[in-house]
Design a protein around this ligand. Sequence first.
Ligand SMILES: [Zn+2]
Length: 301
Amino acid sequence: MKSIGIDIGGTKIELQAFDDSFALTSSERISTPADYPGLIGAIVELAQRAEGRIGPVPLGLSVAGVIDRKTGLALTANLAATGKPFQADLAARIGRDVTFVNDCRAMALSEAHLGSGKGAARVLGLVLGTGVGAGFVCNGKLDEGAQGLAGEIGHIAFPAGLAQTYGLPVLRCKCGRQGCFETLLSGPGLSNLAHHLTGQSCTAPELARLRHSNAELSHVWQVWCALLAELLMTTVYTLDPDVVVLGGGLSRIKGLGDDVERALAAVQMPAMGLPEILLAEGGDATGARGAALAARQRLPE
Ligand SMILES: [Zn+2]
């Protein structure tokens, strides 16, 4: 069966259409309108244009955010849809159900079926980008939890022991809480960490480039890897995945996989194994492809 996935980001919206075996058959990209009616109108037009070509097929949306399952209202990171019945409004305008999936959960599903996690029973996809979030896929099915919150691990607070060892700053997170892993592990978080530990302002790509030649930045990188290893151990103790697939902008840093494995080995429980750490294969395609996969999985059997 064919399917459509739409990845709705803060700056662009990309529709991708897939054939039965999930090969990409067409795609279209537009800029993201800044107001809610414009956003709804643009997504509806995009979906209707694609369906004019291939007919009404399962349609999934990948969004950086969650929908409250009781109220139906959206909470999004970078769209004019927070506090709005985003999914219901789209379904009403398109004329049928649409599947909504968080972008990190979409990445996990896409990688578990068609990317690096293919063949593994328990796959955790972890996105390290402008935010930090994850998705968990067990035996091919996305496990989103009772409220769709399973995977919001960027908003777990880092432990006091690490804060004390490395003199970490306890910053206010965008979620309203303090000391979340995301405040130091995301792309902007890595810059926060560098600024706090060295007084230098540098972006994540600059730090990644200079980490082998600059002693202070090398230390910042080691602290960042230690934080990431701690977050990964938290997921090992709760979900115990076979495979962790790293995605998002920071996962493209050369040598990241090796550095993370080294940091994980340092905090590993004695005599116990660790999940395999892999990098995402899907690149920018994972949001739309994961959403299309989720839409197909939600069809009645
Ligand atoms: Zn937070």
